[in-house]
Design a protein around this ligand. Sequence first.
Ligand code: TZP
Ligand code: MG
Length: 228
Amino acid sequence: MQENEGGSIDIGFYFITDRRLSVNGIFEDVREALEAGVKIIQYREKQLPTRKMYEEGIEIGKLCRKYGARYIVNDRIDIAMATDADGVHIGQEDMPLEIARNLMPDAIIGVSCSNLEEAIKAERGGADYLGVGPIYRTSTKEDAGAPTGIEILGEIKRNVNIPIVAIGGITLENVRKLIEAGADSVSAISAVIGEKTGENVAKFVKEMEKWRMRYDTDARCKEGNNHG
Ligand code: TZP
Ligand code: MG
């Protein structure tokens, strides 16, 4: 991941593991995503015993390092620290951001938000990027809550400076709309993980690059910003 001119991280397509949807196993999914050019991998596991998570995290970290990609752990700061992760992703009901920051001072910390207030609070609290959603209806995350719709992306974009990763029900067909609306990056789970994870990811990587070049989201959103 590179530093942008403004000092923030350039995320690209954000890949998240899902063993329930996986056909070839999460390591193979991660490897294929990395081959497809993904620069950030989130290890997301809701039910595995800690020991197993630790062991898997070590392997995913190794794979990411081999490809020069960032390895992020969802929810579990203990696993992130123990497996020497580059970062951790936390939701509104996980470890408070302030505590996470104290525990991992130099890590990349992402925070899930579903409204402007949460987004502003996360930025002020030192988050490095935001996961915003669920934009659309999703059945991948049981407690995802009601869809936010795409307007939230522009609203947050106009008021925060850290990168926005749109998530929830995203398919290849709506990548353009999301980038146009203010997303810097997108993440998709069910639309990519399966028999052909690598091929699916490659399509997202290409589609995102295409529209990110076309839309300078920062410039466009600031034009419509009357709040300074
Ligand atoms: N956070 C908000 S929605 C979601 C997560 C992890 C699930 C996204 O999965 P899908 O299959 O891309 O809708
Ligand atoms: Mg969480």
